[in-house]
Design a protein around this ligand. Structure first.
Ligand SMILES: Nc1ncnc2c1ncn2[C@@H]1O[C@H](COP(=O)(O)OP(=O)(O)OP(=O)(O)O)[C@@H](O)[C@H]1O
Ligand SMILES: [Mg+2]
Length: 276
């Protein structure tokens, strides 16, 4: 089973003077079981692409289809939005997570159990959160509640738009474990993120967008080593790659700069301590 996009373009504000292509002739295929990161600067079209890959928006031109299955694209994909608070409208977390399940035709007596397990997997204690209003949650908790909505639907593809935004390091770690468990279950994962370190931990393929076009599609390691590409698009690689790239770019004659970079000015401080 795979999601296949062929020559897809998305134009916002079509026909208006400020009409612009958010997605510009993209062709790509994502297999079930594959883990793909989509990176790129702000406004490069990541969210617009995700919405058409999820079947939630129609491309202005081109096609997106689910291949290798008789099912519909929309029911094979769960999308967790970049700003989950905008999607909440129920009065309790229970009803919010149950909403999609009911729509999908789940039996009413099974719903509480499915919702509880989904919340736990998303990192929210059901005892504490089931009855809370979704709008009263912190932004990190809202992100997890939105994740629970999609876990409950149990779909073969999970698309996450900036899921680590606003999470503390412990929650980010849980998110990594959660994404890896989704992959172990054989699902397809698409992760849109500015957090390239996170992408490197959980994905085996990275697509880089610029102005709605794919400018790189490769293993994360090779993209992290491409200092020119990263610099051009103002993307920060994981810290260890940043250091390696920086050192490589310094000519031997720039040893003082190398020293400044690698040896922060603790020397005088240590000497002071020694004199005391
Ligand atoms: N609903 C909309 N109406 C008009 N223009 C839009 C709309 N949504 C997005 N755009 C425009 O399309 C382009 C791509 O936006 P998109 O949200 O897909 O980018 P992004 O890569 O997800 O950015 P970010 O990293 O900030 O989330 C931008 O120029 C944006 O202003
Ligand atoms: Mg976005």
């Amino acid at each position: 089973m795979r999601i296949v996009a062929r020559d897809v373009s998305v134009l916002h504000d079509r026909g208006f003077p400020d009409e612009r292509a958010a997605v510009n002739g993209i062709t790509l295929s994502i297999d079930r079981g594959e883990s793909v990161a989509i990176a790129g600067p702000t406004g490069s079209g990541k969210t617009s692409l995700l919405e058409v890959l999820a079947g939630l928006a129609k491309p202005t031109s081109g096609t997106v289809a689910l291949e290798g299955s008789d099912g519909e694209l929309r029911s094979a994909v769960g999308l967790v939005y970049q700003f989950p608070e905008l999607q909440f409208f129920e009065e309790s977390v229970l009803d919010e997570v149950a909403f999609g399940l009911r729509h999908q035709g789940a039996a009413e007596d099974e719903i509480p159990g499915i919702v509880g397990r989904a919340l736990e997997r998303a990192g929210l204690n059901p005892d504490l959160f089931l009855e809370r209003s979704p709008l009263s949650l912190s932004s990190g908790e809202q992100r997890r509640a939105a994740l629970a909505c999609m876990i409950a639907l149990d779909r073969p593809f999970l698309l996450l738009d900036e899921p680590s935004a606003g999470l503390d390091p412990a929650m980010r770690e849980r998110l990594v474990e959660f994404m890896l468990s989704m992959l172990e279950e054989g699902r397809g994962l698409v992760l849109v993120t500015h957090d390239l370190e996170l992408a490197g931990l959980v994905t085996g393929r990275m697509i880089v967008l610029s102005e709605g076009r794919i400018v790189a599609d490769a293993v994360p390691d090779s993209i992290f080593r491409d200092a020119a590409l990263l610099e051009r698009l103002s993307l920060d690689p994981p810290p260890k790659y940043w250091l390696v790239n920086r050192v490589k770019s310094l000519a031997a004659s720039k040893v003082p700069e190398l020293e400044r970079l690698l040896l922060p000015s603790v020397g005088p401080h240590l000497a002071d301590v020694g004199r005391r």
